[in-house]
Design a protein around this ligand. Structure first.
Ligand code: MF3
Ligand code: CO
Length: 277
């Protein structure tokens, strides 16, 4: 039996259902996210000036398959690759290409997902390439820390809006801006499940967290305007003012105790501490 919690609008109309995962399912999602984390760790070693984004895509696709999983993004709503690679002013959903060569000083957001035995993992990091300016490093630090602030709110009895609020507050306190057109999401037997996990406070009441829910929290943070545009390729999201943007994402399970970061095996090379499990 699939347990779920119904989400209702202010008129009590059922909008969607949030599934509650069993311990066994959380274990499978943990494995899926371990593979995602392993692939992102590999990218941190292999992303170097002169390498094409298509090469990075090939690396993680092979890694996922060698570990018994299927890349989750390829074919999802027609997305043409396994990895999203978004450089500098690109926010998310950059399509890998052999013509796009990463260079020293770039900030490279890599977002990867897999399907392992029917369960999804999804995580993202922004990699600083070589000698990155201190203002770019600040953007990365703030975005990553805002994700940690959001994760801290993943506790039974809190609401999704507590996560949203924590992320937004931290980002704005540091004079950056959260993207509003794209949001985090529930995750499980589908890459995108209910509920939406915005990085900003919305009007109205949001769902309360229950043990067994799993959500992907993914702050997208811009230096300048929060406005974004989609390029003619139909996917690549860029900042309207062409200023920098960063993206970090973790899949997190709600437990009766501490937040369980399923993708917590990412070892961020350029940050002082490792994400806790
Ligand atoms: N982490 C991203 C998201 O949740 C990845 C989706 S890219 C897509 O939106 F290509 F699969 F759409
Ligand atoms: Co996601």
């Amino acid at each position: 039996m699939v347990r779920s919690v119904l989400v209702r609008d202010p008129n009590d109309k059922v909008m969607s259902a949030i599934t509650i995962k069993s311990a066994k399912e959380i274990e499978l999602m943990c494995r899926a996210n371990e593979i995602v984390a392993g692939a992102l760790n590999l990218l941190q070693l292999e992303a170097k000036a002169g390498v094409s984004t298509k090469h990075l895509d090939n690396l993680v696709e092979s890694y996922a398959r060698e570990h018994g999983s299927i890349p989750a993004f390829k074919g999802y709503r027609g997305y043409p690759a396994s990895l999203c690679v978004s450089i500098n002013e690109q926010v998310v959903h950059g399509i890998p290409s052999k013509k796009v060569i990463i260079k020293d000083g770039d900030i490279v957001s890599v977002d990867f997902g897999v399907n392992y035995k029917g369960y999804f993992g999804d995580a993202a990091i922004t990699i600083p390439l070589g000698s990155v300016s201190s203002s770019r490093l600040k953007l990365l630090e703030v975005t990553r820390a805002s994700l940690l602030c959001g994760i801290e709110q993943v506790r039974v009895g809190n609401r999704i809006s507590d996560i949203s609020h924590a992320v937004q507050q931290y980002v704005e306190k540091n004079s950056f801006h959260v993207v509003k057109q794209f949001v985090g999401h529930g995750i499980g037997t589908h890459l995108h499940e209910s509920p939406e996990v915005p990085n900003y406070k919305r009007k109205g009441r949001s769902p309360r967290l229950i043990a067994g829910m799993v959500i992907a929290i993914e702050p997208m943070v811009n230096v300048g305007t929060s406005d974004v545009d989609v390029l003619k390729d139909g996917w690549t999201v860029i900042t309207r003012d062409k200023k920098d943007s960063a993206h970090f994402e973790h899949s997190v399970a709600v437990t009766n105790g501490e937040p369980l970061v399923l993708s917590g095996d990412i070892i961020e090379q350029n940050f002082s501490h490792r994400m806790l499990r």
